[in-house]
Ligand binder design. Structure first.
Ligand code: FDA
Length: 308
């Protein structure tokens, strides 16, 4: 219930105004967001790389309804990729892109605009020798995003995408994408979705996550196990062993600011661990989804507003 209220608020302009206007919000945002510009994000990336972690960088922004802003987002990613290269970090860090930030929602041909814009980002990533992963947004965009993935992979076979275990369709999507060269980031799913398309019960989502991991680990692709859930991580480790996978044929991924000690422990145990590092001014939607994931976060946020 609280989760769905928070996720509705994540898309409310009025709530956004209230939360952003509060000067105390920033201290809580900083736990999940690595700064407001690429310079700060590169600094965090360098620190994580020194600790043996890999990174995927997200220039925050979503649901863009303006072609100029979509173009600005492409330029921001191009600048970021060039800075990563000059900092000697392009072998440790890739980028994650939300297609709604590069024009997917623009009418009448948002899908084509997003494809062209994502292609420009992929060209810049290819030029510095790194990769791109497409984030997954609400279920109304899943087919579009998978079509864009398929188009991009013709020229850039290393482009990856996120699949969300809470969707009924995802086990089959995992089977379809568990092929050589394919990179799938498997997460549980962070949006408010109806029962007609998504499991509502946490245990059902977890069971689906396990079935999806089984399909990915048994296949020929590179599974990216994106979760903070210790049970899922233990099962993934066991599945990787069962399928004779070497450490470089799969990886674990977690969000910046969530279970950081566990991130280092997993890397120290010899696994690849990639941290998803968001940065930028457009943090509202991302931040609200992080609050919604855990009731304790909401309490922490409210207390921080009331006690200062
Ligand atoms: P679960 O929610 O069961 O949490 C397991 C444990 O992790 C909790 O008990 C708690 O200890 C800790 N934890 C989890 N979330 C926390 C939080 N916000 N604050 C503090 N502790 C927390 N979703 C999506 O729909 N589209 C996408 O593209 C992506 N991309 C993505 C990339 C990466 C690298 C990750 C790790 C996650 C995503 N997600 C996502 C988010 C994902 O769908 C999911 O909402 C969160 O990862 C939380 O789910 P867990 O798998 O961690 O399990």
């Amino acid at each position: 219930m609280l989760r769905s209220v928070m996720l509705t608020a994540a898309r409310s302009g009025a709530m956004r105004g209230l939360v952003e206007a509060n000067p105390l919000t920033r201290t809580v945002v900083d736990r999940f967001v690595a700064g407001s510009d690429s310079r700060e994000a590169i600094g965090v990336t360098a620190r994580l790389a020194e600790e043996g972690l890999q990174v995927t960088l997200d220039h925050l922004g979503e649901d863009t309804t303006d072609a100029t802003r979509a173009d600005d987002t492409v330029r921001a990613y191009q600048g970021l990729l060039s800075e990563l290269h000059h900092a000697g970090l392009a072998d440790r860090a890739e980028v994650s892109v939300k297609l709604s930030a590069v024009g997917q929602q623009l009418s009448p041909d948002g899908e084509k605009i997003a494809l062209d814009n994502a292609r420009r980002i992929c060209e810049s990533a290819a030029a510095v020798g790194t990769t791109v992963t497409l984030d997954m947004e609400d279920h109304t965009t899943t087919d579009m995003t998978l079509r864009t993935l398929s188009d991009l992979r013709v020229d850039f076979p290393w482009v990856g995408a996120v699949l969300q275990a809470y969707l009924h369709r995802t086990e089959q999507d995992c089977r379809d994408l568990a092929t050589a060269g394919s990179r799938v980031r498997l997460c549980k799913g962070a949006y408010s979705e109806p029962a007609s398309v998504a499991f509502q019960d946490k245990q059902e989502v977890d069971r689906s996550y396990v079935r999806c991991m089984r399909a990915l680990m048994a296949g020929g692709g590179h599974p990216m196990i994106a979760t903070h859930d210790p049970r899922m991580i233990a099962i993934a480790t066991e599945l990787a062993q069962r399928h004779g996978r070497g450490a470089d044929s799969y990886e674990f991924q977690m969000l910046y600011g969530i279970r950081p000690a566990e991130q280092r422990r997993i890397a120290a145990a010899g696994h690849n661990l990639r941290v998803y590092v968001p940065y930028g001014e457009e943090w509202y939607g991302y931040f609200m989804r992080r609050l919604a994931e855990r009731p304790a976060n909401i309490g922490f946020f409210l207390r921080s507003l009331l006690t200062r």
